[in-house]
Write a protein that binds this ligand. Structure first.
Ligand SMILES: [Zn+2]
Ligand SMILES: [Zn+2]
Length: 510
């Protein structure tokens, strides 16, 4: 793929040669923005003292005018613009023993992702009409996003289903939305096969992995089971016309992970979905956008991060889904930013405290401070050097843990984000998002009122550009969640602080 006429953004820090677009750069895993060309990486004497990893070098993308009017056209524009860059990657396994993971990733280009999504979309049309409901239930992998893009291309409504849902929750989701096609991986396939008698709308199951003979030869009461690659093959030779939709039409259904009640299907219009992303393709830059995807894609936050990375011409490396390998895979992908729940950071903090206590039981105070500094430095390596932003979100984080993160990961900015499935991003670092409309309501039975001093407290009601349009086939819950003037009752108790500079700061307190 080497194009000797086009230069990349990178140069060799040894021989100073500018690397070509499409050539490998050997990127140092320790030094900041430090690369060797292949020759220097292999022959430099003395060799560079740190591990270097080959990554694809690329240059400025073609300047073209794209007519962006919806999600479909912006995704297609990104595929066209960044076609030969790495787009999505999965961890390599040992060819001899598939249960052994290698310390490397294989990458698919934007073109491959684009072609597969296009083919899969056409292939799906044999099984489902535009505006039909298609469930996606799988671990994090390129095929999840290929299915998502295929639905966008063919105006099929994607319904995201958590893999951890129980059988009865999945049956509820399928019946509630009248899902006719499910795309899943081999881990959850048996769940769907077991549920067929309870789900009369379900006609087709498409498995992302090759199907074993036992399953494919069994008769399944009118449900057909397909292999994704076969659908893609069919779609590559059978093209269907796309159907246009309105920006206010339902685009995707996000099922919330209801811990107490049945999941609720949040209806998201194309307008609301698109509000999370740049409206045009961002202009080309040398900044690396690298995302590490490990949080369930049924949850909007990680799916959105992948699409934002994609629109910037960046790449996403997927975790294998094994929590015990998370930090190892984080170190392999070396993302440019990393978001995690308070739970994740709490665990690291607890580990830090335990190690510190063990190391300093009989130290003098000054030796203790040195020891703590040394330990902080050691822990800081958990977040790869290339990662410049770490975000904590999804729940409240304790100030002690936040302070630890800031002292430990000094190479990163530490940010807090607060968002809700029903309305997208609400605050970032406690500051109100520009487009946010909000108000507070007193909750006297919990002891929070607008008259509270020094700051008013109460339930947060919001209206955003990413606002959902109700819960599917659930008018009661919809009525309970939305006010008459269209504000969403978040159920979160917040404190409204006015800062000295007049900015408003929203803190979730309960
Ligand atoms: Zn060189
Ligand atoms: Zn180095």
């Amino acid at each position: 793929m080497i194009n000797s006429e086009k230069l990349s953004f990178w140069y060799c820090d040894n021989c100073n040669r500018t690397l070509n677009h499409g050539e490998f750069r050997y990127n140092c895993t320790i030094c900041d923005d430090f690369d060797y060309c292949e020759t220097c990486a292999k022959t430099a004497d003395p060799p560079h003292p740190h591990q270097m990893v080959p990554e694809l070098a690329y240059g400025r993308a073609e300047k073209k005018k794209y007519h962006i009017k919806n999600m479909k056209t912006i995704i297609q524009a990104a595929i066209d613009k960044y076609w030969d860059r790495h787009c999505m990657g999965t961890r390599n396994v040992d060819k001899e023993n598939l249960s052994i993971y290698m310390d490397s990733y294989s990458w698919l280009t934007f073109k491959t992702i684009g072609d597969r999504s296009m083919n899969f979309g056409h292939g799906l049309r044999r099984l489902i009409e535009p505006r039909g409901y298609l469930g996606i239930c799988a671990g994090n992998r390129p095929e999840w996003m290929i299915t998502d893009f295929a639905c966008m291309f063919q105006s099929i409504i994607s319904v995201t289903i958590y893999t951890m849902f129980t059988g009865s929750e999945i049956a509820y989701v399928i019946n509630n939305t009248k899902v006719t096609v499910v795309v899943c991986d081999k881990q959850v396939l048996p769940k769907f096969i077991d549920l067929q008698s309870q789900c009369s709308s379900l006609q087709h199951i498409i498995c992302m992995d090759p199907i074993t003979d036992i399953i494919s030869i069994t008769k399944h009461n009118g449900i057909s089971i397909h292999y994704m690659e076969d659908i893609e093959k069919y779609g590559s030779t059978n093209q269907y016309d796309c159907v246009n939709t309105q920006p206010t039409d339902c685009f995707t259904i996000l099922y919330t992970s209801g811990s107490l009640a049945f999941p609720k299907g949040t209806i998201v219009s194309e307008n609301a979905f698109r509000a999370a992303f740049p409206q045009q393709l961002p202009s080309s830059s040398s900044a690396d956008y690298i995302h590490f995807s490990y949080r369930p894609l049924a949850w909007a936050a990680d799916r959105d991060s992948i699409i934002i990375t994609f629109l910037h011409g960046g790449r996403t490396g997927f975790s294998t889904g094994d929590p015990s390998r998370l930090l190892e895979e984080l170190a392999l992908v070396r993302p440019s930013d990393f978001a995690a729940s308070p739970n994740f950071w709490n665990k690291i903090y607890t580990e830090f405290k335990t190690s510190l206590a063990l190391l300093t039981t009989c130290c003098l105070p000054e030796a203790k401070a040195d020891e703590e500094q040394r330990l902080l430095q050691q822990f800081s390596k958990l977040i790869p050097n290339r990662c410049k932003i770490i975000t904590v979100g999804g729940a409240m984080v304790s100030p002690i843990v936040l302070d630890f993160m800031k002292r430990c990961f000094t190479h990163c900015s530490v940010d807090e984000s607060y968002g809700i499935t029903e309305c997208g991003g609400v605050t970032y670092n406690n500051l109100v998002e520009d487009s946010l409309q909000y108000r507070l309501e007193s909750v006297p039975e919990m002891g929070y009122t607008l008259e509270d001093k020094p700051f008013p407290r109460g339930e947060l009601l919001t209206k955003t550009t990413q606002m959902f349009s109700g819960y599917i086939n659930n008018p009661e819950e919809t009525r309970a969640a939305l006010t008459e003037d269209g504000f969403f009752r978040t159920g979160d108790i917040v404190e409204l602080r006015t800062c000295q500079n007049g900015r408003i700061d929203i803190r979730v307190i309960d």
